[in-house]
Structures are given as structure tokens and as C-alpha cells.
Design a protein around this ligand. Structure first.
Ligand code: BTN
Length: 261
């Protein structure tokens, strides 16, 4: 059970809306985005029936996962909507650091722009997905939707899925207090978000690169019907993924990684 009183007393979120079941916390945050609200607002659900991932993807999670959205004022960190790659990377970095603090003996990394992966003996497995959206009802506000596999074990999942994803409980061999995990994540987001406001994105670029799991991998990126295949060289200071294709060095500022090896 989530401890809402503990979350409230953290002082980081101004308002909390809890749902035992909802379609999607991002959709709910988007509905609320036009209203006069105290921000950050946390919308959290024990179960989503229509969780969304990036593009046309669905985000499916069994009971025990942590699924929530934060509605924030982007101006609070001097973030422009055009700075999405940097913002996504910063959110991914913050979650990655939070999970590393919870399970320090594991190797954690960010798959550009913001999925969080664990490096295990069987390869890289996804633990967290992040969906950042700009609500149409109010410019200047942003929704940071986060899904983390916490106590939703993948032990009985089909092998194909188990190879690609895992949960904290499977890695640690024990269950986690989801309030602890959530507090760790929102503290980390708050810290990194605060750094943005004071120091700007440049101060975070080295950390994005430190946690980049794609460096040195051959990556296939899809964007607007186009596919780019190249060797990932780095992430630049603007948050772009730098790929060396057979013909050019290409900076990618948007798109989805559909394959990497
Ligand atoms: C991805 O991996 O493509 C992003 C997944 C994001 C899932 C989270 S769960 C909470 C929030 N509500 C949603 O509908 N999606 C995000």
C-alpha cells in the first residue's frame, strides 16, 4: 500500500491524486493541466487500464508496478518546450540515479532519451519507461509520466519478455516498499530539476554520457517513417544522440530506438 501521508510530508509535491484504477495517469494529468492548481501535482495509480508508452505503444504493467505522472511548471526550471531531448535525458538520469541508490550493486543506465535499463548477466533489461508530454490545455506545463517495474515480477512472464524487461523485486529477490521507491525517485527528480534551473543543461551533459548505454552500440532509430542505422558515438551537450552512419555523422534530436546491439 502506498503511504500518501508520507508522500505529502515530503514537501516536494504540492498535491496528490491517488487512483486505485485509472486509464492512464498521463491522461488524467493532461485533463487537469488547464486548471488552477498548486504544482507539482502527482497523479498516481495502483493500476492503469490504458497506460501509454511513446508513439503508439501501450504500457502494460501487472499489479505491484509504480505508475505515476508529475504535472510540473516547466518555467520553474527555465525549460523551453524545444529542450525536450535534454529534459527527457534529465528525467532518465534522475530515475537511474534513484534506482542505483536503491540497488547500488547493479549496473544502471539510460537508453536515450529516457528509458532506464539494468545490465545483467543476460544482457540489458528495461526497468522503467518515461513519457514526457506537453498538455494542450496549458502552455508552460509538462507531464512527466513514469512507469517502474517494482514488485510486478517477470518470473512467470514469457521468456521473450523476460529477456527484455525485469522488475526490482526480481533483481533483489525481495519486494520493495513502493513509497520508498517513489520518494527516492521524486527526490532525485527534484534535485536534478533544481540543477537545471541554476546551472542549465550543460552541467548535466557529462552525467547523461556517463549513463548512456548506447555508446558503442549499433543503433536503429526510427523517426517519422525514416530509419537511421549507425554506430552510437555519444550524446552531445544539446542532448542529441550522435550516430556515425556509413555516410555521415548524424545528430538525432528526436525518434525512437527500435533496435540496439
Ligand atoms: C515508454 O516506455 O515508452 C514510456 C512508458 C511510460 C509509462 C508511464 S506509466 C505512468 C504514465 N502514464 C501512462 O499512461 N504512461 C506513463
Amino acid at each position: 500500500m502506498l503511504n500518501l501521508a508520507r508522500l505529502e510530508s515530503s514537501g516536494i509535491v504540492a498535491q496528490i491524486e491517488f487512483h486505485a484504477e485509472i486509464g492512464s495517469t498521463n491522461d488524467r494529468a493532461s485533463q487537469l493541466a488547464g486548471a488552477e492548481l498548486q504544482l507539482p501535482l502527482l497523479v498516481i495509480a495502483d493500476r492503469q487500464t490504458a497506460g501509454r508508452g511513446r508513439g503508439a505503444n501501450r504500457w502494460w504493467s501487472a499489479p505491484g508496478a509504480l505508475t505515476f505522472s508529475l504535472l510540473v511548471e516547466s518555467a520553474a526550471a527555465s525549460v523551453q518546450p524545444t529542450q525536450w531531448p535534454q529534459l527527457s535525458l534529465t528525467a532518465g538520469l534522475a530515475v537511474c540515479e534513484a534506482l542505483q541508490a536503491l540497488l547500488p550493486q547493479q549496473l544502471w543506465g539510460v537508453k536515450w532519451p529516457n528509458d532506464v535499463y539494468l545490465g545483467g548477466p543476460t544482457g540489458l533489461q528495461k526497468v522503467c519507461g518515461i513519457l514526457i508530454e506537453s498538455p494542450s490545455a496549458r502552455r508552460g506545463r509538462l507531464i512527466i509520466g513514469i512507469g517502474i517495474n517494482v514488485n510486478n515480477s517477470f518470473a512467470a512472464a514469457p521468456e521473450e519478455l523476460r529477456e527484455r524487461a525485469t522488475a526490482l523485486c526480481d533483481v533483489a529477490g525481495r519486494s520493495f516498499d513502493r513509497t520508498d521507491v517513489l520518494l527516492q525517485v521524486i527526490h532525485s527528480l527534484h534535485r536534478r530539476w533544481g540543477m537545471l534551473g541554476i546551472l542549465g543543461f550543460g552541467a548535466l551533459a557529462d552525467d547523461w554520457r556517463r549513463y548512456c548505454i548506447l555508446q558503442g552500440q549499433t543503433v536503429t532509430l526510427e523517426q517519422g517513417g525514416e530509419r537511421v542505422v549507425g554506430l552510437c558515438q555519444s550524446i552531445d551537450d544539446d542532448g542529441a544522440l550522435v550516430l556515425q552512419t556509413p555516410t555521415e555523422r548524424r545528430r538525432c534530436i528526436a525518434g525512437t530506438i527500435v533496435q540496439f546491439e
